[in-house]
Ligand binder design. Structure first.
Ligand code: XMP
Length: 520
């Protein structure tokens, strides 16, 4: 916990898959909150944390089972508002003198509708304005007897106590999940809760920045940190933030594998050196990478070669600068799966996906991951807060292996040069037509096929290329972007006229699944 004077809300986590969404809803309301696994929340912890309100999250356990998780009793005597959600509701009812029973046809999973019951409740201001409210349920057990002092304020067909409250103590409990998208009016409920608890909304991205900087300083002390800076949004924001925290203790290594886009290395290195005065090693290792990739056409072999060389090169440069105790990474919340371990003591089981595959394990370094609580749009907001230009923050994702996986078959310098030119023209077209921000990712793939054409009365025998543009929310699924025929025609003409070596342009209209976004 960082010692920063903000109004704080405590979320006690019982292991729900969506606990992070509660934090997200609260941060949207400029309320500072921390999530702590229930095992860590003792009476002493509560006294030290001094929350202005507490939320008890959902979770997979059943309160009926022996040894199922509980918050400390003291949470109910803090004198602050409490909101219990799903398991949080059940545990509240059970501990305060009510009763919870198992299923018997009362389980509910998915969409349900809650109707009002009894008098008005300030927590529900703005609810039920046009009839029942849609909510998202996910429960097997249900509350069969509410605790003394509580009343029912909303019911659903399978949850007669869908919303209960003890207005004297400002204790509220709901069976559904107001934090998820499928409870469309859920945000209002959080808004009302934090208003009732007296929060002023003093938590902003500026405040997050300060808190993150303090936390980095505390973690790192006067040790050295290195960071693999790819120029992507995540590693860039992480690097700038860490640099602000510890200055020259941070060194970034930009590994140029010769598979970057037109002008990209110069842009990235130039921006960080000139505008941020960030210690940055530009490791131009294109000869090494392209040499090792020579004659290789299998996609997995390409990826493995690039991954291994990346680690070797990074290690070499890290050693040359005298080593470092910490490795910085721009890991985001969606890359991190956290779950509360019920039997394994107070530890939180964390699995991380490392973008620079295998690097931390191989190098035995400690990690600094200042973005691991943030979602992508929050990282972008933090980047803006740190003064990174909008054009940079809104950039489409670019994969670690770079153009290697947009060049099916053997990679040659000639093909890479053609691909860079074609890609630059395509992206220029997209920007000119004002479409860049509507598209998740757009790029050209150069195909391992030569086709016959006719230009200026002469025969050509050049490469074909494919344009790719997709819409997506998270890169897990995607659909092709519906360009107009005019746009496609104009772009094909420009590429063929402006890029020697290409005489045919196709548009890839495969969704994901069954295709992937990249070609390899
Ligand atoms: P696919 O092609 O699998 O890609 O649909 C989904 C998203 O991930 C990106 N991608 C990568 N990013 N290292 C990365 O950092 C990689 O090896 C890698 N492979 C794919 C891809 O560009 C898309 O945004």
């Amino acid at each position: 916990m960082t010692d920063i004077a903000h109004q704080r809300l405590l979320i006690i986590d019982f292991g729900s898959q969506v606990t992070q969404l509660i934090a997200r809803r609260l941060r949207e309301l400029n309320v500072y909150c921390e999530i702590h696994p229930f095992q860590n929340v003792t009476a002493a912890f509560l006294a030290d944390f001094a929350p202005m309100a507490v939320i008890l999250s959902g979770g997979p356990a059943s309160v009926i089972d022996e040894g199922s998780p509980r918050p400390p009793e003291e949470v109910f005597t803090l004198g602050v508002p409490i909101l219990g959600i799903c398991y949080g509701q059940q545990v509240m009812m059970q501990m305060l003198g009510g009763k919870v029973e198992r299923g018997h046809g009362t389980a509910e999973f998915g969409r349900a509708y809650v109707t009002p019951h009894d008098a008005k409740l300030p927590l529900l201001d703005g609810w039920f304005q046009s009839g029942p409210e849609q909510v998202w349920m996910s429960h097997g057990d249900h509350v069969s007897a509410i605790a003394p002092g509580f009343n029912v304020y909303g019911t659903s067909p399978n949850a007669p106590s869908a919303i209960v409250a003890d207005t004297g103590r400002n204790f509220f409990a709901v069976q559904f999940h107001p934090e998820v998208h499928h409870t469309p009016n859920g945000k209002t409920l959080y808004e009302n809760f934090v208003r009732l608890a007296g929060f002023d909304g003093d938590w902003t991205m500026g405040a997050y920045r300060e808190q993150a900087i303090a936390a980095i300083r505390e973690q790192v002390g006067d040790a050295k940190v290195i960071c693999a800076l790819s120029g992507g949004v995540d590693s860039s924001v992480a690097a700038v933030l860490i640099h602000e925290a510890i200055g020259e203790q941070l060194t970034c290594v930009y590994v140029d594998h010769g598979l970057m886009r037109e002008g990209e290395s110069e842009q990235v290195v130039g921006m960080f050196r000139e505008h941020y005065n960030l210690p940055l090693i530009h490791a131009d290792e294109s000869e090494l990478f392209l040499g090792e990739l020579d004659g290789v056409s299998d996609p997995e072999t390409k990826r493995k070669i690039i991954g291994k060389l990346f680690i070797d090169v990074f290690e070499k440069h890290a050693k040359a600068m005298g080593g470092a105790e910490f490795l910085a990474q721009g890991t985001l919340y969606p890359d991190v799966i956290e779950s509360v371990s019920f039997s394994g003591g107070p530890s939180v089981t964390i699995k991380s996906h490392h973008n620079v595959g295998g690097l931390p394990e191989k190098m035995g370094m400690k990690l600094v991951e200042p973005l691991r609580e943030l979602f992508k749009d929050e990282v972008r907001a933090l980047g803006r807060e740190l003064g990174l230009p909008d054009s940079f923050i809104g950039r489409h994702p670019f994969p670690g292996p770079g153009l290697a996986i947009r060049c099916p078959g053997e990679i040659t310098r000639e093909k890479l040069d053609i691909l860079r030119r074609a890609d630059a023209v395509y992206i220029d077209q997209i920007r000119k037509h004002g479409l860049y921000d509507e598209i998740w990712q757009a790029f050209v793939a150069i195909l391992p096929v030569r086709t016959v054409g006719v230009m200026g009365d002469g025969r050509t025998y050049d490469f074909a290329c494919a344009l790719r543009a997709v819409t997506s929310v998270d890169g897990m699924t995607a659909d092709y972007y519906p360009f107009s025929h005019e746009f496609l025609g104009e772009t094909a003409t420009r590429i063929i006229n402006e890029v020697p070596g290409i005489n045919r342009v196709t548009y890839d209209i495969t969704s994901k699944p069954p295709g992937t976004i990249e070609w390899e």
